[in-house]
Design a protein around this ligand. Sequence first.
Ligand code: ZN
Length: 345
Amino acid sequence: MEPALVTTTLDTLGEPLSEQELCPDALLAGQEAAFHRDILRLQARRAEFVDVACPACGADDAAPIFSKHTFAYGRCAACATIYMSPRPSEAVMADYYASSENYRYWATHIFPASEDARREKVHRPWLERVIAACAGLRRPRLLEVGAGFGTFAALAAGSGRFEDVTVVEPTPELAAHCAARGLNVILHRIEDVPAGARADVIVSFEVIEHLFEPHRMVDACAAMLQPGGLLVLSCPNGLGFDIAMLGAASLAVDPEHVNLFNPRSLSRLVESCGFEVVSLTTPGRLDVEFVHDAIARGETDVSDPFLRRVLVDEYDRLGWPFQQFLASHGLSSHMWLVARRRAAS
Ligand SMILES: [Zn+2]
């Protein structure tokens, strides 16, 4: 497979980040218990799962790669996307998110406890990246798909850089949080947004990996943008370091993440929906910590003495520089894509 277009990111990686800042340890047990109950509910509906072809390229030639919580994942022979199949039907997914205890726990406990850290260490750097991507657009209208708690959208609205900020959020509890912040809220899934909605830049962070048919979301975004309008997506990179090292033990592999794209396959997906890729970066900051922690917990082992030195023995000295190397060479498990709407041909 030829290498994908990957732009270096070292300048914009920002300061080191730790998972502990995003989800305080004291709340982990409650979150894990809620998530476990969600998974049991999902397992109980296995009869409604459906087989799917590759969500990126449409090929139907995936080799089994691993299973987790009894759910099976394959890797597409054509584009290396890792995806769950069989997967919950669209109706099962909709019920799952509507009744998710995990999401309720995040909304009532983790987001409020970690919002300041998330705003400063995650969302503000994201906003700077989005503003940089919008350099050619004058006071664009921004729309965020899957805005969740609304932290990013509120920050964007407060920046004064956008003509207006609208969020598309189908989960009523989360949409209410967004509305309380004074944001324009469309209480729909992006695929169901009424025709005629318009934006100049659409952003969607950590959403596309959850979707039953991700190309429908990208199609819907294309329909809302004029030629030259921008789409900014972030999601896990299935070829990134912590997924490559940990496989099913990676935190990125969970029953909600049914699509684990990679730089090339995500690019191909958006290109097939009327976009051209402007940049593809992997500005992740957590791969090395995730692998280091998994080794410390005994969930994985690294026998290679050189890698062990970087990830364990001299982690305090080498961990962050190694993370910077991964991030700046397209090797982190977290990726960003900026794409431009092409003129209709
Ligand atoms: Zn594929």
